[in-house]
Design a protein around this ligand. Sequence first.
Ligand code: DC
Length: 238
Amino acid sequence: MTLRVIAIDGPAASGKSSTAGLVARQLGWAHLDSGALYRALTLAAIDNLAEDVRRKGKEWPATQLIDLAERLPVRLVLIGDKFKPEVAGADVEEAIRGERVTRHVSVLAAIPEVRTWVNTQQRRAVEGRRGQEGFGGVVVDGRDIGTVVFPDAPLKIFLTATAHERARRRLFQRGQEVDLELVKQESEALAARDAADSSRRIAPLKAAQDAVMLDTTALTLEEQVTHVVELARQRFSR
Ligand code: DC
């Protein structure tokens, strides 16, 4: 049976999650934001292991991180049409968006054991959904969905936009004033995260060879969603 997955990858603040969520809704599919799982694991690590790591001046211990994620547990739970991140049974959707988590998440996401664990959770989530009534499919967004997690996804999209435009959107989303100096600062921060995500040895941010490249710099969110939905209707009509 065809894998009913749409993979949406791209750099930070390229609109992946908003696009994936809206595409999923229009198709009647579920949405899985893989970054949310990296963030939930990071939140759990900060709350439970950071003190020890700081005191001993050590790196994040891979085995303890995975034990912690299993024990608490850190997981994705399908609520309505969205997989929500939970830590020890609590919805952490808001807590994971804070500055504290954002500052540490790239480092944790570069640990091979963490990536293997997150990938397994994602594949299980999709498998579990496959058995459900009315299953349409899952739109998954991240950095390595089309290259590593679901390399057989029939539709892969790689979203791009200039760092300047991504910074502008991010500030607007946060309700902050969009002045030139702030845009410059934010665009430098985004470029630094892109560089960290693109240059890591394991599963770096890059487009799959068969991905559809979509530059959204001059598109509205509605336009990019419509474009992906049209591609999906063509690709999954068979
Ligand atoms: O998309 P985001 O900002 O929520 O992602 C958080 C971090 O997780 C970011 O540093 C990149 C990393 N990530 C990843 O390495 N692979 C994914 N599939 C998704 C996110």
